[in-house]
Ligand binder design. Structure first.
Ligand code: TXA
Ligand code: MG
Length: 316
């Protein structure tokens, strides 16, 4: 593995190349926001289409504000309460933001990740680092340096910061109408209730809603997919009796199913999510089956089920 330290990572980024970075959510594939070459490389290495905008990572609220043309009181409050942490704020961008970062949109996503090494790197580099998850487009996101290595080999330098604690990508929040309307575009560890509690406490009488359909570009139907089929089955599904239901629909036969019972604790479940999807494949299973249990219906589970719905091949 091409492991680098913080100073080397900074030099590589400033030289127009990419580096994989640890964050508390998932590993990112970073490019310096002031290097067009670095930004282009993110898309080519990931095989990512240009219509999918990148999140800019910063180590402070002033650096986020410096990218914005409309930093509202709501942005300021949420940044102060939840950063560093797994929350991405969408804000109207100013002209300093390269169009490659935003796919030509007039807004930009910013977040301050909660990871010591990446915060150190961000404090040493001017502006910020654009970083999508460090996986090939549409595939399972990496939560360890080893996952990044498995995906890209020695072609990418990695700042190894151990396993990501949260395990799923940040909550993406749109702040619209000058701060009067708040929508969650991508659910994550930080829920609507957590945001509302902070807002109400500070005297903002605002509802936070989950956006219905994929309003955020890049929120495609299929995403995060493991290499073997993932099938969501009812709780009473019996493999021996009912496996033909799946085989008929997928036109394949399976001999080694992984019956995957997820933890009831959403924190544990999200931390293990991507690691599990990768592991079952490597362990020789040829299909993964999982069910939504009654315990999985709470708001804290929305982010996990959002990822599983996109990663699945089939739901019965
Ligand atoms: O936790 C995370 O957010 C990770 C780590 C590396 O920070 N990053 C991440 O990036 O998940 P990525 O590229 O996999 O997801 C970025 C998504 C886009 O697909 C889009 O849905 C949303 O963030 N996004 C970015 N900029 C946006 C904008 N201007 N308007 C709406 N959505 C935006
Ligand atoms: Mg991603």
């Amino acid at each position: 593995m091409k492991s680098v330290d913080v100073l080397t990572a900074k030099k590589i980024l400033e030289g127009g190349d990419v580096v994989a970075l640890p964050t508390e959510t998932v590993y990112g594939l970073g490019g310096w926001i002031h290097s067009e070459q670095g930004l282009k490389k993110i898309f080519s290495v990931k095989e990512r289409p240009f219509f999918d905008p990148l999140i800019v990572h910063v180590d402070s609220t002033p650096k986020a504000r410096a990218l914005s043309s409309e930093w509202t009181d709501v942005h300021e409050l949420l940044a102060q309460k939840f950063w560093p942490g797994p929350l991405t704020l969408i804000t109207k961008k100013n002209t300093s933001v390269h169009p490659l970062i935003t796919s030509g949109l007039d807004s930009v996503g910013v977040r301050c990740p909660n990871h010591t090494l990446t915060l150190q790197l961000l404090s040493k580099i001017e502006g910020g680092i654009a970083a999508p998850s460090a996986n090939k487009f549409g595939k399972t996101s990496p939560t360890t340096a080893t996952h990044v290595f498995e995906e890209f080999g020695n072609t990418i330098s990695i700042l190894d910061g151990g396993a990501s604690e949260v395990g799923i990508e940040s909550t993406v929040v749109g702040i619209l109408d000058g701060g009067k309307k708040i929508e969650i575009y991508r659910p994550g560890f930080i829920t609507a209730s957590m945001l509302e509690e902070v807002l109400v406490h500070q005297g903002f009488n605002l509802k936070v809603t989950y956006a219905e359909s994929p309003v955020a570009p890049g929120q495609l139907k299929h995403h995060y997919m493991p290499r073997i089929p993932l099938v969501i089955v009812p709780q009473d599904f019996n493999w021996n009796l009912d496996k033909n239901l799946i085989e008929d629909q997928l036109h394949l036969s399976f001999s080694n199913p992984k019956i995957w019972v997820q933890s009831e604790d959403p924190l544990l479940a999200s931390r293990e999510l991507y690691e599990s999807l990768r592991k079952f494949d490597l362990e020789g299973f040829d299909i993964i089956l999982t069910s939504k249990l009654p315990a999985h219906n709470s708001e804290a589970w929305l982010g996990i089920w959002n990822r599983l719905q996109k990663a699945k091949t089939l739901a019965l």
